[in-house]
Design a binder for this molecule. Structure first.
Ligand code: CTP
Ligand code: MG
Length: 591
């Protein structure tokens, strides 16, 4: 019921419209009994009544009026139905629009951990299918329920005014119908929850397959992927059938009961007419309105079906709606300071769900220093730098920027002071220019070119068919790995932040290009503390200090020369990389 309150809250601004729609529904369906009533008058007065023939000649005016009334009410009802539907549509569409924006913002505001745990396909299902189901329910299911109930009650009241005993005879059928419907509802609910889950799996498979199509092709695994998809498709289809078939189990009972209304009416009603207890006109009114009682009963299953789907979807949306990120960015429009760029790790430990990956790490970086971070794969380098912009929070100790715990800094300001090129490069489907200027859309064109030059990207960009206006596909289709890295580097440089984090950003470029980039980084025209994760000694050699991570621990720290002197991990990497390259980097460093 809490979920219904949620709906009501979101109807704000459209509540009047929605209530109007509900009222119109009630009025429109109540009008349904007027025509059978007029019909009853016509039959009794002009067809089967005692003075029928006489009335037909004498009261022609009344007959015409009754007929006109019938037509008039039919038109009125049609007009009302039109208006009603329009109100439902408008109110529900407006609500949908509002909720969609809210959910989108909500998803944007989630932290990295949320994305670690939620599949894209599932989120997409919530944003599309589930939202639409909710709207459909607001507009159609509620409408059907309200109208069915109204017309049922109106017909029952009308029947009572004609003949209470006959009405009671008919209503004998109601309890068994409700019992059958209740059992059905209980049985079908878990099936719709299951169905909803399978749809989400189907979408997830599709989405992963599409975005991973190059991997699929590379491994010639199309058949396997098709099988995987077919499998999900079969499951979804089976879940659908199963839910639909349950209905078939109950359908015969409900249908039989619904038909029984007519049988009872024939038997009891016919008997009462013969007895003179009710007139033939009254019988015809019963007969004309019996559907108003049997149809809602008949539809009860379909309505229950839809309500179950509605709740299955609603609960999914509410999940996003009330999801609370641990790391909250309030986007407060404060005056954003420019930091100096001092970074301190103070006995930092950090864990994902799987366990602790950084243990008791302490080091300090002064403003303007260049720090290289090295370590075998999986040693925790990316995890370590992710703590600085607070993509994740530490589980022990603290990370300080400019002497302040990052958890106490305003998040927009903190992130606004960091330029980052992440390890897996993601470019948007936009022009190259747009991608480089992503962090600063106002960036003048000369500057875009300037930063592309620094990142050794200018040359290959100008060789592309449309230069900086070339549109790169989703995830940078049409670019090589090294080209993507260089655009990502330009993007990180272009924001000119006091802290620059490069996560393996030159791993895919050749040595010569890398040298150019090294030089650019040395000569940046803005003050900048640099954290550079790299595997090559040629990159790390010139750093002010090098940190070596191993299994989440900081095992070595010092300059190139210092680390070589202790003959540890760094020394081994150095020896390994310099064999056969002709000692490109001297053992004493280049400075
Ligand atoms: N890890 C995890 N959950 C994540 C990311 C990483 O459990 N969302 C784990 C990994 O299994 C790994 C450890 O955290 O054992 C460190 O990962 P990471 O910091 O990414 O290692 P890197 O040193 O950056 O490795 P690479 O050189 O391969 O980038
Ligand atoms: Mg990494």
């Amino acid at each position: 019921m809490f979920e219904l309150k949620w709906l009501w809250q979101n109807l704000e601004g459209n509540r009047a419209r929605y209530i109007t729609a509900l009222v119109l529904s009630v009025v429109g369906s109540s009008l349904m009994i007027i025509n059978p009533y007029i019909g009853q008058r016509i039959v009794d007065t002009f067809i089967t009544g005692e003075n029928a023939v006489q009335n037909l000649t004498q009261e022609r005016g009344l007959l015409i009026m009754l007929c006109m009334g019938m037509i008039g009410f039919s038109l009125l009802r049609t007009g009302l139905a039109y208006l009603t539907t329009m109100q439902y549509e408008q109110a529900s569409q407006n609500m949908l629009y509002k909720v969609r924006i809210y959910l989108y913002n909500k998803i944007q505001g989630q932290d990295m951990e949320y994305y670690d745990h939620n599949r894209t396909g599932d989120l997409m299902t919530k944003m599309t299918g589930d939202l639409d189901m909710v709207r459909h329910s607001m507009a159609w299911i509620i409408k059907t329920i309200i109208e069915s109930v109204t017309i049922f009650l109106a017909a029952v009241v009308y029947f009572f005014t004609i003949d209470a005993v006959l009405t009671l005879w008919l209503l004998v059928l109601a309890p068994p119908i409700f019992i059958v419907a209740y059992i059905f509802a209980k049985k079908v609910r878990p099936m719709y929850i299951d169905l909803r889950e399978r749809l989400s799996q189907l979408n997830t498979t599709t989405q992963e397959n599409i975005s991973g199509n190059r991997v699929v092709k590379a491994f010639a695994r199309e058949e396997y992927e098709i099988e995987k998809f077919t499998d999900k498709n079969i499951h979804f289809s089976q879940a659908n059938k199963k839910a639909a078939l349950v209905w078939l189990d109950y359908f015969p009972y409900l249908e039989t009961f619904a038909q029984a209304f007519n049988v009872i009416l024939m038997l009891a009603g016919g008997y009462f007419v013969m007895q003179g207890r009710i007139t033939f006109g009254e019988f015809s009114a019963f007969s004309a309105l019996i559907w108003a009682i049997s149809n809602p009963m008949r539809n009860i299953g379909i309505i229950i079906n839809d309500i179950q789907r509605f709740f299955a979807s609603l609960s999914k949306i509410v999940e996003i709606y009330y999801a609370k990120p641990n790391i909250v960015n309030e986007h407060k429009a404060t005056e954003k300071r420019r930091y100096e760029g001092r970074i301190d790790f103070d006995h930092v430990s950090f864990k994902y769900d799987g366990g602790e990956v950084l243990h008791d790490i302490s080091f300090s970086v002064k403003p303007g220093e260049t720090i290289a971070i090295m370590g075998s794969t999986g040693s925790g380098k990316t995890s370590l730098v992710n703590l600085i912009p607070r993509f994740y929070d530490v589980s022990g100790g603290q990370v300080l920027v400019d002497g302040v715990d990052v958890r106490k800094l305003e998040l927009d300001e903190l992130r606004g002071n960091i330029g980052i090129a992440t390890q897996d490069v993601l470019l948007f489907s936009d022009t190259i220019d747009g991608n480089i200027a992503y962090g600063d859309p106002e960036l003048p064109e000369e500057q875009t070119v300037e930063y592309a030059r620094l990142a050794a990207a200018h040359d290959f960009i100008t060789k592309m068919p449309e230069g900086y206006d070339t549109i790169v596909g989703e995830r940078g289709v049409g670019l090589s790995g090294g080209q993507k890295q260089r655009i990502a580097l330009s993007r990180a440089l272009a924001v000119r932040r006091p802290i620059l984090i490069l996560d393996d950003t030159t791993s895919a470029v050749d040595l010569e290009t890398e040298e150019h980039i090294q030089k650019s980084l040395r000569e940046l025209d803005f003050p900048c503390t640099k954290l550079i994760i790299a595997q090559r000694v040629s990159t790390t050699a010139e750093a002010d200090r090098i940190l070596i991570l191993d299994g989440g621990r900081l095992i070595e720290e010092g300059t190139h020369a210092e680390l070589l002197a202790i003959r540890g991990y760094y020394y081994e990497v150095f020896m390994l990389q310099n064999e056969g390259i002709g000692r490109k980097v001297s053992a004493h460093g280049q400075k």
